[in-house]
Design a binder for this molecule. Structure first.
Ligand code: GTP
Ligand code: MG
Length: 227
């Protein structure tokens, strides 16, 4: 595993201190439970709690990252076949706030009507969610941003949603690929005002970056008084 990319490659806005790491660990040690799956806009839960959402292309690893963060292998259903998640799934962490696992965009082995329907649900969700504190936009560490990611960024800028890019599957990326994806993402982000400029490289498989993300989320929750 000598060439496995590690966190050193991810940008850091500031050093995480031991207290933040511990806060992240404690937060995600709490119970996390599935509360709702919304396939239509009408059944999206009321915005009664703060939330953090995970978006990205089909198969990029959104559900796997939710599982890695919560330390529960089967909380969010994952699949080798793109298009696994076909509704917006809400998981309540520590009875406090929602982790929101979104269906992917791009390729999906589903009917056009179905894809159109869930794209509509996701777009409506993203445009009108005052409780959405942060959206994590997941991008494959081997490939960097693609046109659908750029489109989502533009939409998020317009909707004034605060978002941050997470590179996924870092265990599968060669160091040179990861470097290239980092650079391409940084370049892309410089054109997007609502984007957080720092990028975290993660692997749901090895756990790289997971502790850091837990700590970042705990810090965000603390700073914004999430409940
Ligand atoms: P949709 O719900 O279809 O949009 O996909 P998703 O983004 O939720 O992806 P999912 O978590 O279902 O993962 C897709 C595939 O990638 C699965 O086979 C996972 O096991 C695999 N995968 C996810 N994260 C990682 C990772 O960090 N490393 C590796 N090697 N594989 C991963
Ligand atoms: Mg999924």
């Amino acid at each position: 595993m000598s060439d496995t990319p590690t966190l050193d490659i991810s940008d850091k806005d500031d050093e995480l201190d031991a207290a933040a790491i511990e806060a992240g660990r404690l937060l995600f040690a709490h119970e996390c439970r599935f509360v709702a799956g919304a396939a239509t806009t009408s059944i999206i839960p009321d915005p009664d709690r703060d939330e953090i959402a995970f978006a990205g292309r089909s198969n990029v690893g959104k559900s796997s990252l939710v599982n890695a963060l919560t330390g529960r292998k089967t909380l969010a259903r994952t699949s080798q076949t793109p298009g696994r998640t076909q509704q917006i799934n809400f998981f309540l962490l520590d009875e406090k706030f929602y982790l929101v696992d979104l269906p992917g965009y791009g390729y999906a082995r589903a009917s056009k009507e179905k894809i159109a329907a869930w794209t509509e649900v996701v777009n409506r969700y993203l445009r009108g969610r005052p409780t959405l504190r942060r959206l994590y936009l997941l991008i494959d560490a081997r490939h960097g941003p693609k046109p659908p990611d750029q489109e989502l960024m533009t939409m998020l800028d317009k909707a004034a949603v605060s978002y941050q890019v997470i590179l996924t599957k870092a265990d599968k990326a060669r160091p040179s690929e990861l470097d290239r994806a980092m650079e391409a993402t940084k370049k892309e982000l410089s054109a997007h005002p609502a984007a957080h400029p720092f990028i975290i490289a993660t692997s749901a498989r090895t756990g790289a970056g997971v502790e850091e993300m837990r700590a970042r989320i705990a810090t965000l929750a603390e700073l914004t008084g999430m409940r």
